[in-house]
Structures are given as C-alpha cells and as structure tokens.
Ligand binder design. Structure first.
Ligand code: A2P
Length: 327
C-alpha cells in the first residue's frame, strides 16, 4: 500500500488522476490532494469519500511520507515543488514540461521505454500528450524498419489547455470571447499551441520533436511538426507521415500494430472505420487508422493516430509509470 499525492488535483488532469487511480484500484494507503491556496479547504470525492484539498506548501508536504506524487499543476509549480516532494522521499511523476528534457530525468511511455524508469533520481517526466500517442506506432516502426524522417501535423483538443480551454470552446459557441486562446476557438483552428519561439516554431512543436528523440533514444531522427488547436472537446488527432529506412509491406505493419500493447488498429474503409476524437475519448488505448502508403517517396507511410489526451496523454500514462515502479 502506498501514500499517494496529487498536485493540481482540482484541474482537468488532476481529476482524471483520481478517476484512474480508482478505476485501476491502485493500492493506496493515504491519498493527499494538493492545489493552489484558492482551493485549499474544498474537497474532492475518491472512492465515494470526501478528501480534503490542501495548499501546496512545505508545511503540508513534510511528515506525510508520500511514496508517489503525481503532478499536473503547471511548469512553475513543478519546478518549485517536485524537488521538495522528492527530498521527502516521494517519487514525483510530473506531467508538466518543466523536467522533460533534463538529462537526469527519464521521460517515459511504459509500453515504449519502460527500462528508463530505472535511472530516475526522484523525478520522472510524463511526456507531452501529443508525443505520447505518437510513440506507440513509431516505436514499432523504428524497431522493425528504421525511421529516416517524421512529419507531425496535430489536431489538438481544447481539454489540453485546461479548464479554461474547455470553457472557451463552450462559451465561444454562444459568442463569448475567449480568455485562454488569443482568438475564438469555436468554429476556428489555431496553428498556435504554447508560445512562439525565435525559429518560428511553437514550443509545443519543439516539445514533440525533442521528446520523440529522447524517448526513442535516437538523436539523429529528422522530425518536423505543426501543432494546431481545433474546436474538439477531448482527444488529440495526429496525421503522422513517416519515411522508413527500409522496405515494408503494409500488411506486415498492420500485423505489428495489432500485436502492440496499448495500440488499437481501427482501419476498415469499407465500413468507414477510422479513429475520431469522439470514438476514442474515454479509451485507454491509442487508436490508429488510415494506414496507407505515401506514394510520393520511397518507403513512405501515412498514419492517423487518435488518443485521449487527458487519459493516455496525461493521467493514465503517469499512473502506469507509478504501477511500473511498484513492480
Ligand atoms: P486551483 O484549482 O486551486 O487553481 P488546469 O490546468 O486544468 O486548469 O489545472 C491546474 C491545476 O493546477 C489546478 O489544480 C490548480 O489549482 C493547480 N494550481 C495552479 N496554481 C497553483 C499553485 N501556485 N500551487 C499549486 N497548485 C496550483
């Protein structure tokens, strides 16, 4: 039995942590919920019982003997509090981008690079939601055929932008101006997720590029990305165009995907079967469809990959990392 803390418990991902810990019957002795001062004193329900939300501060952390701290309260909170939790003996599994590229912090998708949890120093990073879902098919392709180049184009749901992201879509339908996004998201697409960098990319796009190389242990991969926010409530979709190093047969790729833990092949054009955000929301697996040859290059392959960004893209992946640690 473990003492588990959730930091950012009142947020989108925080609430999903609660749901998934309950669903998977994670062996919890004591559950501690943390958020900002604003939410301190409120309660959330876990397994039918009310649990108090506490302010995230040193006094509330020490003496609790926390084994696992699941963080999703933004980068600044992670930067400040992850080292504090870990200094009191907890393993922090952090959903923010604060620690992902730190060379002392493993970045883990349990189906893809479980071996990396072994070298943690108290903090393990959960990859970006868009990166996580791409890793399942790409790892299989890398291992079996090698990869020369990846082109990511994402269609990302508003739930990835937190509680206010969802409100902006719902309010926007009634003509209310957005608070989180710079332009209305209802009836719109914004090629802008996270901040713009000097090279013209967004930080989200660079996260996908850098994190892919780190998780797949391959610095030489050529990768480009365009990340787009779309008026979808939940689940990210991605077009992934891959140039493989070696020849492949489509039926072999499909067979390999079907045998991959965590991946569901949903691809039957006669029956109009292809993954969509509405289909995949609430699912643990990543869904892949529209699997087809890219005729414009040698060994090119196109995939359409959809994943629940709050489940596998965030909370579920973090809980799976904690489960790995208990084994
Ligand atoms: P709170 O609800 O008290 O503001 P989301 O990204 O879905 O909006 O969720 C953000 C989460 O991070 C919430 O649980 C939020 O708590 C929490 N949070 C925000 N600022 C802080 C802070 N300074 N310290 C601790 N938790 C914070």
């Amino acid at each position: 039995m473990y003492n588990v803390a959730i930091v950012g418990a009142t947020g989108n991902v925080g609430r999903k942590f609660l749901e998934i810990l309950e669903e998977r019957d994670f062996k919890i002795n004591k559950l501690y919920l943390f958020a900002s001062k604003r939410s301190a004193g409120t309660t959330l329900i876990f397994k039918g019982k009310e649990v108090l939300v506490e302010e995230t501060c040193l006094d509330n952390i020490k003496n609790k003997k926390i084994d696992f701290a699941l963080f999703s309260a933004g980068g600044d909170v992670s930067l400040k509090f992850a080292p504090i939790f870990s200094s009191y003996g907890a393993v922090v599994i952090d959903n923010s981008s604060a620690w992902r590229m730190d060379k002392n912090v493993p970045l883990v998708v349990p189906e893809v690079n479980p071996e990396d949890i072994k070298w943690h120093n108290g903090i393990i990073a959960n990859p970006n939601c868009s990166t996580i879902q791409a890793m399942l098919p790409l790892k299989v392709l890398l291992d079996n055929y090698g990869i020369k180049r990846i082109v990511y184009s994402t269609y990302q749901a508003v739930s990835g932008a937190g509680v206010q992201g969802i409100l902006d879509l719902k309010d926007g339908i009634n003509g209310i101006l957005p608070k989180k996004f710079p332009y209305p998201i209802a009836g719109n697409c914004l090629p802008h997720i996270d901040v713009f960098l000097e090279n013209g990319y967004t930080k989200e796009e660079i996260k996908m590029i850098d994190e892919t190389k780190k998780i797949l242990h391959n610095k030489d991969l050529k990768i480009t990305a365009t990340a787009v926010r779309v008026p979808v409530l939940n689940s990210h979709s991605e077009s992934i165009n891959v140039e493989l190093s070696n020849e492949y047969k489509l039926e072999d790729v499909i067979k390999l995907f079907k045998n991959t833990n965590g991946l569901t092949v949903y691809d039957n054009l006669d029956e109009l079967k292809y993954p969509t955000p509405l289909l995949v929301s609430g699912e643990d697996n990543i869904f892949v469809g529209r699997i087809r040859r890219d005729f414009s290059i040698e060994n090119g392959l196109n995939l359409w990959v959809v994943g629940d960004n709050i489940r596998k893209g965030a909370a579920l992946n973090a809980v799976q990392i904690a489960e790995l640690l208990t084994k």
